[in-house]
Ligand binder design. Structure first.
Ligand SMILES: [Zn+2]
Length: 310
């Protein structure tokens, strides 16, 4: 009888220890899974979209950008690791309008996954350009603050769909971003209100929406993508155009070789200036505090110089 009691007590103690351990393990597992999936994972395709998404996310979602800092997104191809990251993400935000040549394929690949895909320029990228006899959509809508605001609306809708619990925070953050874009728009309107020059010569055809919004014309050296190089004939015509129109500045970009801009500037005795399409920002520039807004303001200053504004 005594022996039996001891056995029962021992078994009870053993069960209690095992039980606690098991409970502990389950709790630990639960909490580690929670930490991993705590914030929605958002992946973007290029810097301006990344910047807008990060502003909307605040501290509620984790945003990563697929195009490496300082890389040119027109010719970027996602790596296998990028594709794995797309599949694991909750929300993938593309610019669209023909910018990501891999965009349509990726949408199909992710069709059976739970990833929400947003094309930020949907219903906005309505400008087209002729290139090598083909009509191509112009994707560079983020360079017009008013159109960037519309992209913010599309991006916000994606966030709310992916994470409805934080709807109010996302809406509040998007509203703050839209106010800043309105302020930028006013600065552009005022800054480019009274200018002598009507034309700018740019590196690639990135500034069509910006030019239309603020009433000037862009004459590009390359096509809609920076690697669409001009022929010798086109360069001669461009030099002639620049001379006739008394153009004193030729723009170049930070991510593209300035060789053609320099050649043209030397040819006509003009100076060169940066006009950044904000397609990627280098680590160094980000460390120095540069972002979409500061670069847009730098662009405005250089535009005011080239367009000879009062
Ligand atoms: Zn571009």
């Amino acid at each position: 009888m005594k022996k039996n009691t001891i056995w029962v007590v021992l078994i009870l103690i053993l069960v209690a220890i095992l039980g606690f351990n098991l409970k502990d393990k389950i709790l630990k597992n639960d909490s580690s899974t929670d930490v991993e999936s705590e914030k929605p994972q958002v992946v973007t395709s290029l810097y301006p979209i990344y910047f807008f998404a990060s502003q909307i996310a605040g501290d509620k979602a984790e945003v990563t950008n697929v195009t490496p800092s300082g890389a040119e997104p027109h010719d970027y191809e996602p790596t296998i690791q990028d594709i794995v990251n797309f599949e694991k993400s909750d929300l993938l935000i593309l610019n669209g309008g023909g910018l990501e040549l891999w965009g349509d394929n990726m949408k199909q690949n992710l069709n059976d996954k739970k990833v929400i895909i947003v094309t930020a320029s949907d219903g906005i990228a309505n400008k087209q350009a002729e290139e090598k006899g083909e009509t191509i959509q112009d994707p560079h809508v983020w360079l017009s603050p008013q159109l960037a605001k519309k992209e913010v609306v599309n991006i916000l809708a994606g966030f709310i769909k992916a994470d409805p619990n934080n709807k109010e925070t996302y809406e509040k953050n998007a509203d703050a971003l839209k106010v800043k874009l309105d302020e930028l728009d006013v600065q552009y309107k005022e800054g480019l209100n009274n200018c002598t020059q009507k034309n700018i010569v740019t590196s690639h055809t990135a500034f069509g929406y910006l030019a239309t919004t603020y009433g000037f014309d862009q004459v590009p050296i390359s096509g809609l993508s920076p690697d669409e190089e001009p022929s010798a004939r086109q360069l001669i015509d461009l030099a002639e155009f620049a001379k006739q129109n008394n153009i004193k500045y030729i723009f170049f970009e930070t991510l593209v070789s300035p060789k053609l801009s320099n050649t043209l500037a030397n040819e006509i005795g003009a100076q060169t200036l940066v006009l950044d399409p904000i397609e990627g920002v280098s680590e160094k520039d980000i460390e120095q505090g540069k972002n979409y807004f500061s670069i847009m303001r730098d662009n405005l200053n250089n535009l005011r110089t080239a367009l000879e504004c009062q």
